[in-house]
Design a protein. Structure first.
Length: 128
């Protein structure tokens, strides 16, 4: 078996049931293997302590560099002010040699974000 010795960091897209359990309870060493994570979070409108723990652990190790709200579910939970499906892109803090600036604009970003459901309404947000 041949291993790539030129890269010690990996990225990982994650869309699976149980994402909250994975990040709330995984061994701390897991985070050292991934320089970037792109995670589709489900069920944001049914808040639990496990979800808070998962996001807190991720935010300790990673910066968020992009978010994308999904428009595939009618309403997508906006009655609560948050989408129920949200993709968050992270980069691990220790791989950057600078402190990223905060983004204060709105999503979606024209020319970057694309609707998940082409005939559905765009999900806009800027509540920060």
């Amino acid at each position: 078996m041949v291993f790539n010795t030129f890269s010690r960091y990996f990225d990982s897209p994650i869309d699976c049931p149980g994402e909250w359990d994975i990040f709330a309870n995984c061994d701390e060493a897991y985070f050292n293997h991934f320089s970037q994570l792109v995670i589709l979070f489900h069920g944001l409108n049914a808040w639990t302590e496990q979800k808070e723990k998962a996001l807190s652990r991720l935010n300790e190790k990673y910066y968020i560099f992009h978010i994308h709200a999904h428009n595939v579910i009618p309403g997508n939970g906006w009655d609560s002010g948050y989408p129920d499906l949200l993709t968050i892109s992270y980069i691990r803090k220790d791989v950057l040699d600078f402190l990223p600036s905060s983004y204060s604009g709105s999503y979606p970003i024209k020319g970057l974000d694309v609707k998940n459901k082409s005939n559905g309404p765009n999900v806009r947000f800027n509540w920060w």
